[in-house]
Design a protein around this ligand. Sequence first.
Ligand code: C2E
Ligand code: MG
Ligand code: MG
Ligand code: MG
Length: 286
Amino acid sequence: EAKSQGRDGYKVFENTRPGTSVNRLTLLEDMRSGIAKGEFHLKYQPQYDLFTGRIVGAEALARWQHPVLGELMPEQFIPLAEDSGLIVPLGRWVLFEACRQNREWQREGLVPITIGVNVSARQFRDVGLITDVRETLGRTGLAANYLELEVTESLLMQNADQAVRLMDDFRKIGLKLAIDDFGTGFSSLIALKSFPLTRLKIDQSFIRDLETDENDRSIARAIISLGRELGLNVVAEGVETAKQQAFLASCKCETVQGFHFGKPMSADKLGKLLGMSLAPISAQFG
Ligand code: C2E
Ligand code: MG
Ligand code: MG
Ligand code: MG
């Protein structure tokens, strides 16, 4: 409510879907110039191997430091970026910055990890994506197997034939491909059958109530064994408690990501964690 009063003419910016045209336009103009001015940055959320306790990857998550509105979260600008097409230049920057940072950690001698980058449908439909990826790897010097693209099943199903071809090309380069928010679409199993995936990320909605909901436990257990049968790495997203961790360990879920292990953090902070990751495993892992 406070936000909807607006500051400096920015009203109801939370609702960036159609309806608040003037403010959408303002925010859109701000985004266009903000990309050029370097107002965006990435936070990195660590992903842990549940059995060794080591960090094996991180997901890059976009943030916008708006000069008037302060730090904006993806839900406040990604939909607008997608609708307007600005997601293409923004996504290109995210891809570059994530790869550059990951390579920098490697140059510092830190244990190499895979960096996950979210890709929207609009970017995926853009014929330039594969060229962008190739150029980014070339310019940053990052090896392709340290980059993972995260896509959703709804994105894949929009133009399945084209998506299969593009994903085959990505796999040929050596990229990893994850299906994000797995289980929330209507075509999860078709997606598993049709696309050359390397990883499946169980949506947080199945993890949240693991302690109380018997159905969620069954679903999570089934997804984990399905992934294992298919030779895919499985990540549980949104792990917030030790009990959820224990349950996932009992199901032999390989990888975990969530506030219980680490919130999205600055590159500096993740670098420090990586520097410690050969030291004895943190307390959470006993
Ligand atoms: P996602 O890809 O599913 O990313 C996971 C989201 O869950 C992140 O929110 C993360 O902060 C949050 N999260 C992680 N662990 C926990 C937990 O234990 N509990 C809870 N409640 N939440 C947790 P965030 O950073 O707000 O991003 C939201 C979504 O915005 C992402 O969902 C992704 O779909 C999209 N997004 C973020 N960055 C980008 C980007 O660079 N490009 C594109 N196309 N989309 C992005
Ligand atoms: Mg993601
Ligand atoms: Mg997700
Ligand atoms: Mg999501």
